[in-house]
Design a binder for this molecule. Structure first.
Ligand code: HSE
Length: 411
């Protein structure tokens, strides 16, 4: 059988994982799917670095991959916005199909890349860009089309889930767990994209766009990371039966779109509360399918390679490439959502904080609970608007207040 020529853009952990998976599964893929592949060229920065791929495939010249007429599918795992986005567009404009794991390039250049694919009838496959091996992209684009999706809520960054899981179970500080995660190679030496929520924002932009059939630009995703979360507040939340997660939350309420990434408490009996360590999970609510959760490994060479090679097979077998149906762009997401809020402060300052909240008509829903060291105390509010909450917090600026939004809380 004729082999389909493919080219790699990048060959780090993920690229090497893809190469390995293609090698070890070649026979099975051929037997089960009736397609086989030949890696013809691999673009790398440094030709000298040792990699478990044949040296003769390596090139440092992008054109050797992008302009090879024998290469019909480009697999991109370069990381970063550029030159990845430009290479993908170039490949699509030249009639090639692109399979990518790059959420940053895709989220920041969504319309240009999609338009290039549409104009040239090229295939664009990106299952690996969100939640690694977890088949959430295909689920939203293929398996759940009959639904009006009302919300997508997920743990879509493994690094921060690992950090928050350990802070919750051990009471360890953010800085201490981050340093351990870096030593283990789980967190990047520069962890900014993960801990400040940017990585999750790229992924949420893609997920919400697919879920609501409207482009939700990444700039419209409200983004707050986990660096200010204290172990004391995490433990105070546990006293209310709550577990902390960095959630990406997208909701469509009568056409008003919310898209936000921030530390969030969920009740400990919510399915997302039991997703620990570096695992990812996405909780979807559709009007016909009801609630469902997708769970699995969202990062790592082989889980990501699993999604990339599956996309590659799908691309190779497709008679006509399907692109997502996106009607228009959301110019302004709704930033004035309603939420229950967890509020913590020094014990003696709690009455002042409550007064500020009441002055903005934010109700107090629970008793005040004091932490084990007897210094900090916390309570939950009734449902209130984000704007009222921010105004109230503005009145007590300078106090050491921990405010964490609570999802799926009935009160
Ligand atoms: N840094 C990302 C995470 C990798 O921790 O989830 C996968 O996108």
């Amino acid at each position: 059988m004729e082999k389909i020529g493919i080219g790699f853009l990048g060959c780090g952990n993920i690229g090497c994982g893809v190469y390995r998976l293609l090698e070890t599964q070649a026979g099975e893929i051929d037997k089960n799917e009736g397609v086989s592949f030949e890696v013809r060229k691999i673009l790398v920065h440094s030709l000298d670095k040792k990699r478990p791929v044949p040296q003769e495939l390596l090139t440092s010249c992008a054109s050797d991959v992008l302009d090879d007429p024998e290469i019909s599918i480009i697999m991109e795992f370069m990381n970063g916005e550029e030159p990845a986005a430009s290479y993908m567009k170039y490949a699509l404009e030249n009639g090639k199909t692109v399979v990518t794991a790059n959420k940053m390039a895709l989220a920041t250049h969504w319309s240009e890349i999609l338009n290039a694919a549409r104009a040239h009838a090229g295939g664009l496959y990106y299952e690996a860009s969100v939640c690694g091996a977890v088949p959430i992209i295909r689920a939203l684009t293929n398996s759940l089309q009959a639904n009006r999706i009302t919300s997508v809520m997920g743990i879509i960054n493994g690094t921060t889930n690992y950090i928050l899981s350990r802070m919750s179970t051990e009471g360890t500080s953010y800085a201490e767990v981050l340093s351990d995660a870096q030593k283990m190679g789980l967190a990047e030496p520069d962890p900014t994209a993960d801990v400040e929520g940017h990585d999750a924002a790229y992924k949420l932009s893609i997920l919400s766009t697919l879920a609501f059939h409207r482009h939700v630009p990444v700039e419209q995703v409200y983004t707050e990371g986990i660096t200010a979360v204290s172990p004391e507040d995490v433990q105070l939340g546990q006293a209310f039966g709550l577990t902390i997660k960095l959630l990406g939350i997208a909701k469509n309420t009568n056409g008003k779109i919310q898209a936000r990434v921030h530390p969030t408490f969920v009740p400990r009996n919510h399915p997302l509360a039991s997703v620990n360590d570096a695992f990812n999970a996405v909780y979807v609510n559709g009007h016909a399918c009801g609630e469902m959760m997708f769970y699995g490994r969202g990062a790592g060479d082989m889980p990501t390679a699993s999604a990339l090679v599956s996309d590659l097979i799908q691309a190779a077998k497709a008679k006509r490439h399907e692109l997502p149906a996106v009607q228009d762009e959301v110019k302004q997401t709704d930033k004035n959502w309603q939420s229950v809020y967890f509020v913590a402060a020094k014990k003696e300052q709690v009455p002042r904080v409550m007064e500020a909240l009441r002055s903005e008509n934010v109700g107090i829903a629970t008793e005040v609970k004091t932490g084990t060291n007897n210094e900090r105390a916390a309570f939950l509010t009734t449902h209130a608007s984000e704007a009222a909450m921010q105004r109230a917090l503005g009145c007590v600026k300078g106090l050491d207040i921990g405010m964490i939004r609570v999802e799926n809380m009935e009160n």
